[in-house]
Design a binder for this molecule. Structure first.
Ligand code: AKB
Length: 319
């Protein structure tokens, strides 16, 4: 017999979002109710979860067994290949970004799990869509492997909700910035790398051009938003594909100017690579009024507060 307690599985638990989300979930639910999982070995310095399963999330039999063994009720399925890396391994990206999601939806349909969180991305929008203040319901037209996989995933989330009542919730994350865990393989990752290089080298070469604005979010705000969405009453949610999240919007030049306020000698130059084309197809800013209305989305960090917090904590971390 299943107990009433929420038992949580996180996939991609050693990744950028996973590390911080896992530790917050442990604070809320207790280590004994949180199972972290990932491809790498258990790094106890990174995750405070009570249990760790080293598993390939595309191994459906193993995943199903883990769900049963721990009597998991809620899954935060974060394992995914980001935009830059997906362009280099398109078929693997499609498989990793889609198949486990469908498998979790199937398990929810069978009643094996009760609730799922799955991250989408601003990468779903793509070409031909207005750049500014992009709304919740615009037509999606992604041109990247990553964006295509996220758009398809969103449609599957909506399908399983509409046809089988599956409780699956999702956010279109903008670029995420954190000092705790580095990002990996994303187009927005310049906004994390820049802080490391500013402290260690005093200069940074950006792979995104000077005036390309993209939506960004500080990790604290991302984790708060995720937990808020997961705690919202089901009947108050009106979006079952994925909620827009705008965060803040800035260019590499604006971020460099902000860093210069604290490190006056900091220098930046620009050498855009293949990720520039990806960034050019993404929105510059997002309208997230539906998330604000449905479940009270709010932010604590703007570019100045985020930059100050990043520099303060990274300086301590890097010694
Ligand atoms: C990426 O750049 O690929 C991600 C994203 C915006 O989803 N950070």
């Amino acid at each position: 017999m299943k107990s009433d307690k929420e038992k949580i599985l996180i996939t991609g638990a050693l990744g950028q979002i996973g590390t911080e989300l896992t530790n917050r979930l442990v604070e809320i639910h207790g280590a004994e109710n949180v199972v972290a999982s990932g491809l790498d070995r258990w790094n106890k310095n990174l995750t405070s979860a009570g249990f760790y399963e080293r598993m390939d999330v595309t191994n459906t039999q193993l995943v199903r067994q883990v769900i049963k063994d721990y009597e998991i009720t809620t899954v935060y399925h974060l394992a995914s290949l980001l935009s830059g890396t997906s362009e280099k391994q398109p078929l693997f990206a499609w498989r990793l970004n889609l198949e486990p999601l469908l498998h979790f939806c199937e398990m929810a349909k069978e009643g094996l799990i009760q609730k799922i969180f799955w991250p989408s991305s601003i990468a779903v929008f793509g070409k031909g869509i207005p750049k500014e203040n992009v709304g919740q319901d615009v037509v999606l037209n992604p041109t990247t492997v990553y964006g295509i996989s996220k758009m398809a995933g969103e449609k599957w989330c909506e399908y399983y909700h509409d046809h089988f009542g599956v409780d699956i919730r999702s956010i279109r994350y903008p670029g995420l910035i954190s000092w705790k865990t580095p990002a990996g393989g994303g187009t927005t990752d310049y906004a994390v790398e820049i802080f490391y290089e500013a402290i260690e080298e005093g200069k940074y070469t950006s792979f995104i051009s000077k005036n390309t604005a993209m939506p960004m979010l500080y990790m604290d705000d991302a984790i708060n938003a995720t937990l808020k969405l997961m705690n919202a009453p089901k009947n108050e949610l009106t979006v079952h594909s994925s909620y827009n999240l705008g965060g803040m919007s800035f260019t590499p030049a604006a971020l460099a100017a902000e860093i210069k306020k604290e490190i006056p000698s900091f220098e930046i130059d620009y050498q855009p690579d293949f990720r520039q084309q990806i960034a050019d197809s993404w929105p510059a800013s997002i309208d997230d009024s539906v998330a604000k209305k449905d479940w009270g989305l709010q932010y604590d960090f703007d570019i100045a507060a985020m930059t100050h917090d990043m520099l303060k904590n990274l300086k301590l971390k890097l010694g």
